[in-house]
Design a protein around this ligand. Structure first.
Ligand code: ZN
Ligand code: ZN
Length: 127
């Protein structure tokens, strides 16, 4: 197989996007991919970004339609802390600072869940 431009030169690879054979002179080496032109190189980069994005969202073994663990875990934690605060207040109403600390922690963790959720939304897929 020879280069599709330089018929006399042997091809070192095939363009990832348009499958044309390219020689060492023509090949553009991108991130883990060989391409034949700047247009194909750009296309290849777009593909890779899409892949990376998909990895980020599904890479943790979560069901595709579910929320990522980075959102559900702190949300659950926040719920538990809120319950603990409620129980603490119910048991010892005069020791207000204990449930207050729990509530503060719940707010912090809840904020973390919200930020993770927003980041997840920013990645382009609707929840
Ligand atoms: Zn190409
Ligand atoms: Zn060539």
């Amino acid at each position: 197989m020879n280069c599709f431009i330089h018929r006399e030169l042997p091809a070192i690879g095939v363009c990832k996007i348009c499958s044309k054979a390219v020689c060492a002179e023509c090949a553009l080496e991108g991130e883990r991919a060989i391409t034949c032109s700047p247009i194909c190189s750009e296309e290849s980069q777009r593909f890779q970004q899409m892949n990376k994005r998909a990895f980020k969202i599904y890479g943790i073994g979560e069901k595709p339609r579910g929320l990522p663990l980075t959102v559900t875990a702190p949300l659950l934690m926040s719920g538990i802390l809120t319950c603990a605060a409620g129980v603490g207040y119910w048991l010892e109403p005069h020791m207000l600072f204990v449930p207050a600390i729990f509530m503060l922690m719940a707010c912090g963790v809840g904020l973390g869940a919200y930020l993770a959720w927003r980041k997840y939304k920013e990645n382009g897929l609707n929840v």
